[in-house]
Design a protein around this ligand. Structure first.
Ligand code: G3H
Ligand code: 13P
Ligand code: ZN
Length: 307
């Protein structure tokens, strides 16, 4: 089955009160682990590629990998650019076969964010490609945006942003952040704000970035085998489930994949010091990604059986 766009996926997710998982991919084992989970759960999938992942793997490799993953399945899969930093990169991904792109102007002043987002929308829509914009700022670190303070999305500005840019979905800031250290105190999300945005933009798909849960079992396992991941805290799964039942149709997960793989590989190295065949440790790492993604689909996102 060829790659698909997110339009129908999100329309159904919105109507039926679940979210589609957007999982970051960087290499073959990650793509395979996610695909295995989606196939077993009959769940729609979004495979997303950051600018850093594109640089690491190469655009042609990553597109071909995803195309190869789709060769023998009829699972609906979107190939999405995560945090596109500028028009040029969005254009390169659209021209290279992506079916959805994000232009992340969240670090820019409002008018500049509108300008660059609209520029991408004009180019993308001409080719039938979906565009995700972002308004508000998440704390944490991505490749091109780093912030130690979050600025929550203003609901009225969100409406103006969507109307003036024509972007198809909007990433908002309501308390999540990127990486493994999301909360120092109690973990909470601003559901009132989400509800207000949802009411002002009825039927419109909202995106939640920074939505890893940082499962304690992976942190403990990694630390047991030499990692130093102290004080890590993610978004509790029940809060994600609640958001998925509201206007949130896409939930982004990267850190949990990193933790699952790294904890598994650390354990493998410690228990098999004589091994040096990469297949021996990448295989259980791929299995760990599959298991983790399957759990998200079934128990957090609610999109099992929705393919
Ligand atoms: O939001 C950021 C994603 O986790 C991608 O991270 O830029 O290190 O690939 P990256
Ligand atoms: P996490 O760091 O919480 O996995 O967020 C990933 C993300 O938002 C990718 O865009
Ligand atoms: Zn993100």
């Amino acid at each position: 089955m060829p790659l698909t766009g997110p339009k129908e996926m999100f329309a159904r997710a919105y109507k039926e009160g679940y979210a589609v998982g957007a999982f970051n991919v960087n290499n073959m084992e990650i793509v395979q682990g996610i695909m295995m989970a989606g196939t077993e759960e009959k769940a729609p999938l979004i495979l997303q590629v950051s600018a850093g992942a594109r640089k690491y793997a190469g655009q042609k490799y990553i597109v071909k990998l995803v195309e190869a993953a789709l060769a023998d399945t009829d699972l609906p899969v979107v190939l999405h650019l995560d945090h596109g930093p500028d028009f040029e990169l969005c254009k390169a991904c659209i021209d290279g076969g992506f079916t959805s792109v994000m232009i992340d102007g969240s670090h820019l002043p409002f008018e500049e964010n509108i300008k660059v987002t609209k520029q991408v929308v004009d180019y993308a829509h001409d080719k039938g490609i979906w565009v995700e914009g972002e308004l508000g700022r998440l704390a944490g670190v991505e490749e091109h945006v780093s912030s130690d303070k979050s600025i929550y999305t203003d609901p009225d500005q969100a409406v103006e942003f969507v109307q003036r840019t024509g972007c198809d979905s909007l990433a908002i800031a309501i308390g999540t952040s990127h990486g493994a250290y999301k909360f120092t105190g109690e973990a909470k999300l601003d559901f009132q704000r989400l509800e207000k945005i949802g009411n002002l933009l009825p039927g419109y798909p909202i995106v939640l970035h920074g939505a890893s849960s940082v499962p304690q079992e992976f942190v403990d396992l990694a630390n047991k085998y030499g990692a130093k991941v102290g004080g890590a805290k993610g978004v509790p799964e029940d809060l994600l489930r609640k958001a998925a039942g509201m206007a949130v149709c896409k939930i982004n997960i990267d850190t949990d994949i990193r933790l699952a793989m790294t904890a598994t590989i650390r354990q493998y190295f410690a228990e098999h010091p004589e091994e040096f065949d990469p297949r021996s440790y990448l295989k259980p790492a791929r299995e760990a990604v599959k298991k983790m993604v399957q759990h998200k689909i079934k128990n957090v996102l609610g999109c099992s059986g929705k393919a």
